[in-house]
Design a protein around this ligand. Structure first.
Ligand code: NAP
Length: 286
């Protein structure tokens, strides 16, 4: 199937929205790309960079002629935006999203949309700690995975088109239940971000007295890179995936407590076993 959308509207022309817009332009998947956001200067930058063709600060204007609307704003704002745009959408316009949490959003958006407007939930597993349209780039999704979370209500033709869109971006598409997505992402993405934020704050509090951060080397930098992620985006993710994140934080606390106990007791054997176990698990990733 080859896809072509006369107009794509991107709600939130930032890192992810801007990168998918670049793919659509490069591969001629759209006639026109319209942007919507709150800051005119950012949207103007999107036009100057050639990422979008035009923009509107009025949601109705932005979506009224769209054949596809891509939601690429923080997850906590998506439902309200969908509520406002529904009366202005064309019949059969496809709505899709890139939000990092799926269960709540997929349920809510499907409940809100009339059945003539198909919705496909999605989450590209690619990104950086940077934000904004100037950080977007064409190859962000190349060789990455993109999870789509169809339900019993999902329109099959719309799903195929969204699969094609992500294939065009260079991503491998994985279909998954939204609840499984949230449980897995809590472990492999949301927990590491929470831990990075907590670690940086712990060291930051010590840093008030001595400038110890100036001594931190590559390991600290690598480990904490993701603590530069946008605070609104991560606040929203934590709140919308609260139960899964709390559960995995509790498991992580157990692992930390175990290490603390072995260190306290100077249990050389157990400590080495723990580190060896982590070494072997880490090797599975390479
Ligand atoms: P971003 O670079 O900060 O872009 C977000 C965009 O949304 C900005 O252009 C912002 O522009 C706009 N925006 C924010 N709040 C808005 C609102 N209330 N109404 C209208 N526009 C609004 O963020 P991003 O990294 O692209 O993330 C976007 C989405 O992708 C999030 O849902 C995130 O969970 C998901 N995601 C992110 C990553 C990642 O690594 N970054 C990876 C996968 C998925 P204005 O401030 O001008 O409105």
């Amino acid at each position: 199937m080859s896809i072509y959308f006369k107009q794509m509207t991107i709600i939130g022309v930032g890192l992810i929205g801007g990168s998918i817009a670049r793919v659509c332009k490069e591969k001629n998947l759209t006639g026109k790309i319209m942007g919507f956001g709150r800051s005119e200067s950012d949207l103007r930058k999107g036009v100057e960079l050639g990422v979008i063709d035009s923009y509107s600060l009025d949601l109705k204007d932005a979506v009224i002629d769209a054949d596809i609307v891509l939601l690429a704003i923080p997850v906590g704002t998506m439902v309200d935006i969908v509520k406002i745009m529904i009366p202005h959408l064309k019949n059969r316009a496809i709505i899709t999203d890139v939000g990092s949490v799926k269960g709540y959003l997929v349920d809510k958006i499907e409940e809100l949309l009339p059945k003539e407007i198909p919705f496909v939930g999605g989450h590209p597993i690619a990104g950086t700690e940077r934000s904004g349209v100037e950080s977007s780039f064409l190859t962000l999704f190349k060789d990455s995975n993109c999870i789509l979370t169809p339900t019993g209500k999902t329109d099959r033709e719309a799903l195929k088109k969204i699969e094609e869109l992500w294939h065009a971006a260079g991503a491998k598409v994985i279909l998954m239940n939204a609840m499984d997505h949230d449980r897995i992402l809590a472990a492999i993405s949301h927990l590491p971000h929470v831990v990075a934020y907590a670690l940086v704050n712990t060291i930051g509090d010590m840093n008030k007295e001595n400038n110890i951060l100036s001594l931190a080397a590559g390991g600290f930098r690598d480990f904490t890179r993701i603590a530069s992620g946008d605070s609104v985006m991560w606040r929203d993710i934590c709140l919308l995936n609260k139960d899964n994140i709390i559960e995995i934080i509790t498991q992580f606390q157990g692992s930390l407590e175990r290490l603390k106990r072995y260190i306290k007791k100077e249990n050389r054997t157990r400590l080495k076993e723990e580190f060896n176990k982590a070494n072997s698990i880490r090797k599975l990733m390479v």
